[in-house]
Design a protein around this ligand. Structure first.
Ligand code: AHR
Length: 514
C-alpha cells in the first residue's frame, strides 16, 4: 500500500514538473471588430534582378523546355496564384537605381546589355523588361509595384516610364508602347521613388532625398483611369529621424506611402548558415524578427504626428531573414535555404502587420524566388515550396478581411538569461462572417496552452491547419519536397465563448470559426 502511494506521489510530482517545464498558459482576448481592413497588399512579394530570382526563377524564356507562358514558368504561375499574391515589387532593390527601363523594351535581340554591379557583376541582357514584367503580373493576377530609378536616372526617365505604362491617349511614350505591341495601357498604380536612398540608392541625406521625392513626383502623372500611389524610399530599420525628416519636408498631398526595410539578420558580418544553426542563433534571429513590432509602432507614431488622419501608408517593402548563401553558390546571388526558423519569422511578422494594418497597408517579403527568404526555390525544371510559402498561404484568409484587435498575455521563450514573447497572434473576420485566428509558438521546446476569449458565443465549430516539424532546421529539399507542409489540426476545442488550443513548439496554426 505504502509503495503504491509513493509511486502515485512520484507520478504526480513528475507530471507537475513536466507541465511546468513544457507547457505555458497564454490568454488571448478578442475585441470587437474594428473598422480597419487588413489590406491584401500586406502579403506582397519582391522580385529583383538578383541571382536566379528573375532568370531561372520566374523567367526561362519562351524557347525553354520548361513549360512556360511567354517565357514565365507555368509551375511558378500556378504556385503564386494559389498563394493569392496581391502585388509584386520590381526591378529592385539596389538594382532599381541602376536600371534604365528603355534598355528592356523592344526586340529582345537588340536590347543592350549592362552589368549588374550590385549583384555579382553579372551581365544583364535585359531580356526581361517592362512588357515581360507587367504581362507576367497579369498572369499572376497581381498588381505591379515598380521601383523607379532616382539614384542614376533622371526625372524625365521616370516620368516617361509612367507615361509608357499608363497613358491612354496619344503621346510619344504611348505610341512607343503601341509600336512594341501593347495597345492598352497596363495602368500601374504603385510606384516607388528610388530604393534605399540612404544607401545603395545614392547615399543621400533625408533632407536631400525629400527634395528629390518632391521633384520626381511632380512629373509623374496620374491618368483618368489610374491614380498613382507614390511611395517614398524609407528608413533602414529604426532610423526614425529619416521618417521624421521626410514627413516634415514632403507635403501630405504629394505622398501616399513611406517605406521601411528591416531584415532579421543576427550580425551583418557574422550571419548564420540558413540550415545549420544553433538555438542561440535562432533566438537572435527571433529577437530581430520581433523588432518589427517596435519599429512599426515607432515609425507609425512619427507618421501619426504629421498625419493623424492616417492618409500615408507605412510600406514595409523589404522584410525577411538573411543568412549566409548556400555552399558553392555565388555570394552575390543571396541564395539561401528556408527552414522552420523562416516559418517562425513569417508567422510573427505577418501577425505584426495584421495588428498594425491601420497604418501598415503594404509589405513585400524579400524575396519571392531563389533569393533570401523565398517562398519558392527552383533547380532547373524542379521547384519546391518553402515553409514560408505555406505560412503565407495559410494566412491569405486575412487578405482584405476586417481586423479583430486582440490582447495577449505574456508568454516567455527563455534562453540563457534572455526572454522573448513566445506566442504571437492576430485575428480577422471575413465578409462571410468567418473568424480566422493565426497563432505562432516560437519556443522550440515548450508547448503553449492557449485560451482565447472570443467575446461572442455565436461560433459553433472550429477547424484548423498546422505547420510544424521536429526541429528548427527542418526544411523542404529537392529530394524531399513535402517534408514540411500544413496538415489539418483538430485539437482546438470550443466551449461557449472560450476556445482552447494546445500549441506545440515551433508551430504556426490557423483556425477558422463559423
Ligand atoms: O533584398 C536584397 C537587397 O537588400 C535589396 O536590393 C536592397 O534594397 C536591400 O539592401
Amino acid at each position: 500500500m505504502r509503495i503504491k502511494f509513493r509511486v502515485l506521489f512520484l507520478f504526480c510530482l513528475i507530471a507537475t514538473l513536466v507541465n511546468k517545464t513544457y507547457s505555458q498558459q497564454t490568454q488571448i482576448q478578442l475585441q470587437h471588430p474594428s473598422d480597419v481592413i487588413i489590406s491584401k497588399n500586406i502579403y506582397g512579394h519582391f522580385a529583383e534582378h538578383l541571382g536566379h530570382s528573375i532568370y531561372g526563377g520566374f523567367y526561362v524564356g519562351d524557347s525553354s523546355k520548361i513549360k512556360n507562358t511567354n517565357g514565365v514558368r507555368n509551375d511558378i504561375i500556378d504556385a503564386l496564384r494559389k498563394l493569392k499574391i496581391p502585388n509584386l515589387r520590381w526591378p529592385g532593390g539596389c538594382f532599381a537605381d541602376t536600371y534604365h527601363w528603355k534598355d528592356g523594351i523592344g526586340e529582345k535581340s537588340k536590347r543592350p546589355s549592362i552589368v549588374n554591379t550590385n549583384w555579382g557583376n553579372v551581365t544583364e541582357d535585359n531580356s526581361f523588361g517592362t512588357h515581360d514584367f507587367l504581362n507576367m503580373c497579369k498572369l499572376l493576377g497581381c498588381e505591379p509595384y515598380i521601383s523607379g530609378n532616382v539614384g542614376s536616372g533622371t526625372v524625365q526617365e521616370l516620368a516617361d516610364w509612367v507615361q509608357y505604362a499608363n497613358f491612354e491617349n496619344k503621346s510619344p511614350m504611348s505610341e512607343l508602347r503601341k509600336q512594341n505591341g501593347q495597345i492598352e495601357p497596363w495602368g500601374v498604380k504603385f510606384w516607388g521613388i528610388g530604393n534605399e536612398a540612404w544607401g545603395c540608392g545614392g547615399n543621400m541625406t533625408p533632407e536631400y532625398y525629400a527634395n528629390k521625392f518632391r521633384e520626381y513626383t511632380t512629373f509623374m502623372n496620374s491618368t483618368n483611369k489610374t491614380k498613382l500611389f507614390k511611395v517614398a524610399s524609407g528608413a533602414s530599420d529604426d532610423d526614425y529621424h529619416w521618417t521624421e525628416t521626410l514627413m516634415k519636408n514632403i507635403p501630405l498631398y504629394m505622398l501616399d506611402g513611406i517605406a521601411i526595410h528591416h531584415y532579421s539578420v543576427i550580425n551583418w558580418n557574422h550571419k548564420s548558415s540558413a540550415t545549420n544553426f544553433t538555438e542561440q542563433q535562432y533566438f537572435a534571429t527571433m529577437k530581430e524578427a520581433w523588432k518589427m513590432e517596435e519599429m512599426v509602432t515607432k515609425h507609425s507614431a512619427v507618421l501619426d504626428k504629421y498625419d493623424p488622419q492616417k492618409k500615408v501608408a507605412l510600406v514595409v517593402d523589404e522584410w525577411g531573414g538573411w543568412y549566409d548563401v548556400e555552399d558553392g553558390t555565388n555570394p552575390g546571388f543571396l541564395y539561401q535555404q528556408n527552414t522552420m526558423r523562416d516559418a517562425m519569422i513569417a508567422g510573427i511578422t505577418l501577425n505584426v502587420f495584421n495588428n498594425h494594418s491601420e497604418r501598415v497597408r503594404m509589405a513585400n517579403l524579400a524575396q519571392c524566388i531563389n533569393v533570401l527568404q523565398s517562398v519558392i526555390l527552383t533547380d532547373k525544371e524542379k521547384m519546391i515550396l518553402t515553409p514560408t510559402y505555406h505560412v503565407m498561404e495559410m494566412y491569405n484568409v486575412h487578405q482584405d478581411a476586417k481586423l479583430l484587435p486582440l490582447s495577449i498575455s505574456k508568454s516567455n521563450y527563455i534562453l540563457n538569461k534572455d526572454t522573448l514573447q513566445a506566442v504571437s497572434a492576430s485575428a480577422s473576420v471575413d465578409e462571410k462572417g468567418k473568424i480566422h485566428i493565426s497563432l505562432v509558438n516560437i519556443d522550440p521546446i515548450k508547448d503553449q496552452s492557449i485560451s482565447i476569449n472570443l467575446n461572442s458565443e455565436m461560433y459553433k465549430s472550429v477547424t484548423g491547419k498546422i505547420l510544424t516539424s521536429a526541429t528548427l532546421q527542418d526544411h523542404n529539399s529537392f529530394d524531399d519536397t513535402n517534408k514540411i507542409k500544413p496538415v489539418s489540426f483538430a485539437k482546438a476545442s470550443l466551449k461557449g465563448n472560450i476556445l482552447t488550443v494546445p500549441l506545440p513548439p515551433i508551430s504556426v496554426v490557423l483556425l477558422e470559426l463559423q
